[in-house]
Design a protein around this ligand. Structure first.
Ligand code: DX5
Ligand code: ZN
Length: 216
């Protein structure tokens, strides 16, 4: 069964505690936390302070997706805030290998995210070093966008690279995941489904999470 990681970007921040409690009582596996700086992406969301509060509200895995430039300046702050997984964008890291080593030396799992235009082949020389690849299936910056179909090919290509190298890496799909496309995403080889709008925009988020969990 896939790991389900609801994105808190689509939560109601006036009742964040209630939304965290709802997720705690659901089959959600991870909390996906989207950090945006208004430079790497054209939107600003939240930073370590909010994550520190969320950390106090859950024992589930805090999966922090940094859509920021110069992530090395903030990695320690996100560890302190309670991140279990810290994902940086390949497009934001001139010295990606160094960024990955920093994250691991701080005691977090290391993820690398790739934008829709970025070939997964560019990850080849770091696959031995990372725990997760986040394939962006929308252009990062906003929730509620449509899934880019080309992502399905990228999942298959990446799955092939991971298996050929014998790596232990989870493939996470982020953006536009719905109950309709989840089966194809899982069949292509994804391990983790991020879902913002599909979960928080539904009448019954707990039932929607269960449906995603059993999709495919
Ligand atoms: C987009 C974020 C996503 C977003 C997904 O920049 O990285 O995690 O919250 O939202 P949905 O599932 O609504 O596309
Ligand atoms: Zn994300």
């Amino acid at each position: 069964m896939p790991i389900i990681a609801p994105s808190l970007l689509s939560a109601n921040f006036l009742q964040l505690e209630a939304d965290c409690t709802m997720l705690n009582n659901s089959e959600a596996d991870w909390f996906h936390l989207d950090v945006m700086d208004g430079r790497f992406v054209p939107n600003i969301s939240f930073g370590p302070m909010i994550i520190e509060f969320i950390r106090k509200a859950t024992n589930k895995v805090c999966d922090v997706h940094l859509m920021i430039e110069e992530p090395e300046k903030y990695a320690a702050a996100f560890k302190k805030a309670g991140a279990d997984i810290l994902t940086v964008h390949i497009e934001a890291c001139t010295h990606l290998h160094r960024n990955i080593q920093q994250i691991k030396s701080l005691g977090m799992k290391a993820g690398v995210a790739v934008n829709p235009h970025t070939p997964v082949a560019l990850l080849e020389n770091v696959l031995a070093d990372i725990d997760l690849v986040c394939l962006m299936s929308v252009n990062p910056g906003f929730g509620g966008q449509s899934f880019i179909p080309k992502t399905i090919d990228k999942i298959k290509t990446l799955r092939g690279l991971i298996e050929a190298g014998g790596h232990n890496i989870q493939i996470e799909i982020d953006g536009g995941v719905t109950l309709d496309n989840a089966p194809a995403i899982i069949a292509a080889g994804a391990d983790v489904l991020v879902a913002g709008n599909t979960v928080f925009g539904s009448a019954d988020p707990v039932a929607t999470i269960r449906a995603l969990k059993t999709a495919g």
